[in-house]
Design a protein around this ligand. Structure first.
Ligand code: PLP
Length: 373
């Protein structure tokens, strides 16, 4: 037996949706893309959405649309996947890491304030594990210092902050549809925004910076004509992926309910076990529960024993600045104390819609056994 930490949930409707596209006229740049964009935009309560071929591409075009360039600083969390800061490097900017809150593991607003300089242009809060960041304080800091807010919501499709969906309020919010994420398109991502100007720039950067839009072009020489206005990329997603995305959206609420049930069960099972810290949830928010993290003193021992028992535990994440690439490129003095303490003790447990009660009980029993001998 092997129980992974995360896994996609695919049913016959998903399979049929993909087959239907394969038999249709458009494999890419067709109607399924706009349909999927509208589904997600409507769900999260955003005006505009731009689907791309990865969450990383979403973060990259969001930084480009925000105008991040050489000399600009962008503040993000060290406890995240490297894409949250790599997107700043792609634009020639400098990622600055602000420490996490020791209890929520999300970027701490007071740490963001400490890292502000006159070069700071944007902040990328990461809703780590699916739990929303302290957005009221982050928006207040951004407003005061004129910063663009780009939410990395790769873990948080379907999460809500004080009654509003994640994706409805910041300048831009980025989602990922990698198979372990809340819904999947194989590979895929999306940026949502309420700002028409940002939307137009996101569309440009998705496809080479090329447009046929007369309002954007400097002239029009005829029906064949188009112009490249920016240096964009080919970050287009296929209709095959978006058909899967639409079909997955039908099940998002069901997936979220499954994840929340699993999280509650872990909470209850570990409540009385000494030496296990379970994830604290802030009030007035609903997590998407992409990850369920526990903290233990003897992390390596517990991790190794769980892996030996066929449980695909993981560690999310190594503080980004500790990676050799970052160490070689000016981050060797970087230190976020709470992030490093958390990293030393963290284990991510299996949580995904298809995890059965029996499988979860097996995971719980193993952990309790290891922690109580
Ligand atoms: C998965 C993830 C990304 C990148 O998404 P991809 O679709 O894999 O490119 C970015 N940020 C975070 C926090 C992620 O977990």
């Amino acid at each position: 037996m092997y129980i992974p930490y995360g896994r996609q949930a695919i049913d016959n409707n998903d399979i049929q949706a993909v087959i239907d596209v394969l038999k249709s006229d458009y494999l890419t740049t067709g109607p399924k893309i706009t349909e999927f964009e509208k589904r997600v935009a409507d769900y999260v309560g955003a005006k505009y959405a731009v689907a791309v071929n990865s969450g990383t591409a979403a973060l990259h075009i969001a930084c480009l649309a925000a105008g991040i360039k050489e000399g600009d600083e962008v503040i993000t969390s060290p406890i995240t996947f490297a894409a949250s800061s790599n997107c700043v490097l792609y634009c020639g900017g400098t990622p600055i890491f602000a420490d996490i809150d020791a209890e929520t593991y999300n970027i701490a607003p007071e740490e963001i304030e400490k890292k502000l300089t006159d070069k700071t242009k944007a902040v990328i809060p990461v809703h780590y594990t699916g739990q929303p960041c302290d957005m009221d304080r982050i928006w207040a800091i951004a407003k005061k210092h004129n910063l663009t807010v780009i939410e990395d919501a790769a873990h948080a499709l379907g999460a809500s902050y004080k009654g509003k969906m994640i994706g409805s309020q910041s300048d831009m919010t980025c989602f990922s549809f990698h198979p372990v994420k809340p819904i999947t398109t194989g590979e895929g991502g999306m940026v949502v925004t309420n700002d028409e100007e940002l939307y137009k720039r996101l569309v440009l950067f998705r496809s080479h910076g090329i447009t046929r839009d007369e309002e954007l072009m400097t002239e029009n020489q005829g029906g064949w004509y188009y112009q490249q206005l920016e240096l964009g990329y080919n970050y287009r997603i296929t209709d095959i992926s978006c058909a899967l995305g639409c079909s997955q959206m039908d099940k998002l609420d069901f997936f979220l309910e499954k994840r929340r049930t699993i999280a509650r069960r872990y909470d209850q099972a570990f409540a009385g076990i000494e030496g296990i810290i379970t994830p604290k949830q802030i009030e007035e928010c609903e997590s998407g529960w992409h990850l369920y993290m526990i903290q233990v003193d003897n992390r390596k021992e517990v991790f190794d024993k769980l892996r030996e028992a066929g449980i695909g535990v993981n560690v999310h994440y190594i503080p980004v600045y500790q990676h050799p690439y970052y160490q070689r490129n000016g981050y060797d003095e970087c230190c976020c104390e709470n992030a490093e303490k958390f990293y030393a003790r963290a284990i991510s447990l299996p949580i995904f819609p298809g995890l059965t009660e029996e499988q979860q009980q097996y995971v719980i029993d193993k952990i309790v056994e290891i922690m109580t001998v």
